[in-house]
Design a protein around this ligand. Structure first.
Ligand code: KG4
Ligand code: ZN
Length: 340
């Protein structure tokens, strides 16, 4: 059984462009409120750090207030968890300051959480027992990260491979922008690709030095060349389908190779790009073929959210982890508990 902290944990996430607060109790997500800044950043075609921080200042206490409304009268969080790394420093600082203030006021323990550990543990939501046999492989795919992590258990991770340049989400976002599909590109590419022909255009799969590493910058360049070559004759939906297939194929090929060679018995798919239906279907079929367990994060827990931070926090708190009120934020930081 996964040991979770007894009692409700308030979690706050503000590392990038979502302000989120959640109340998690054991493996159960009692509330998960997300205020997205997508519309704010859309006009610039990407996240503007200064604007993100200011939007977090506006949203952080309203989302906390709404999340706390699931508690019964007289009930109070027994602990606080907050993302303090990695991410945009101004954005992180807002969530961390709010979390510290509340932990100080309520006199309850606080634990800082690594954002990617939150994504990795998001698949535990709703499960008293880990839903995958250990060790399991996790494919983390988001706007900033593309990693293959062997999970021996919560807090024990082996990094098998990662992107050497762009993240999978960036491939969708930058490719989608080149195709005129707007921001963020992931969902727009998926929607445009629906029912389109992925074989009209051929986009490359990168060759990388590390067997489980990824590279997506060449794909972005190939989409640019395609747009230049085809001009106004371009079939945007078919190009979106080719782009989606190139990303999905690259991710699935490396993930399945790592699964076969690492001795992992299951594959978890997490992060914003895990919301992609083509990717979910491809990995489910590939895992089925080799008899491996496949589990994708719940759709509402793929893109950034505080529930996943609460789950990771609850596990770390149950293990006795506590931080003083003077901990810092770190824009870049490796996963905690890396082995090997
Ligand atoms: O995990 P996340 O919310 O933020 C980071 O930690 O980066 O991931 C955001 C990324 C964006 O690049 C977005 O385009 C992508 O997830 N995304 C998708 C889909 N929904 C979101 N990519 C492909 N298909 C989707 N349906
Ligand atoms: Zn994320």
């Amino acid at each position: 059984m996964t040991p979770f902290f007894p009692g409700p944990v308030l979690a706050i996430e503000s590392s990038c462009d979502e302000t989120s607060a959640a109340v998690v109790e054991g493996p159960h997500v009692r509330a998960n409120v997300v205020a997205s800044q997508t519309n704010l950043h859309a006009k610039w075609g990407g996240v503007v750090p200064e604007a993100a921080a200011r939007a977090h200042v506006e949203a952080v206490l309203p989302v906390v207030h709404e999340a706390l409304s699931v508690l019964s009268p007289g009930e109070r969080p027994a602990a606080v968890a907050v993302t303090n790394r990695p991410g945009l420093i101004g954005a992180l600082s807002v969530g961390v300051s709010a979390a510290k203030a509340l932990a100080c006021l309520w006199r309850v323990p606080i634990v800082p959480i690594h954002h990617i550990e939150g994504h990795i543990l998001s698949v535990l939501a709703g499960h008293e027992e880990p839903p995958l046999p250990a060790p399991w492989l996790t494919l983390v795919v988001s706007g900033g990260h593309t990693e293959l992590v062997l999970v021996e258990g919560p807090g024990r991770y082996r990094l098998l491979g990662e992107t050497v340049d762009d993240a999978a989400g960036e491939a969708f976002d930058k490719g989608g922008r080149l195709l005129g599909l707007g921001y963020p590109g992931g969902r727009a590419v998926q929607e445009a690709a629906q029912g389109a022909d992925p074989r009209r255009y051929r986009l490359p799969r990168a060759v990388t030095h590390g067997p489980y590493d990824f590279s997506f910058s060449g794909l972005k360049t190939a989409v640019l060349r395609l747009v230049e070559r085809e001009g106004s004759a371009i079939q945007v939906r078919d190009a979106a389908a080719a782009l989606q297939e190139a990303v999905v194929d690259a991710l699935a090929t490396k993930a399945m190779a790592a699964l076969a060679e690492s001795g992992a018995r299951g594959l978890a798919l997490v992060g914003g790009v895990a919301a992609n239906l083509a990717l979910r279907e491809r990995l489910a079929a590939d895992c089925d073929r080799v008899g491996a367990v496949f589990l994708a994060a719940r759709l509402d827990l793929c893109t950034d959210n505080a529930a996943m931070i609460g789950l990771a926090g609850s596990i770390r708190l149950a293990a006795g982890e506590r931080a003083g009120l003077d901990f810092d934020c770190e824009p870049n930081a490796p996963l905690p508990g890396l082995i090997g």
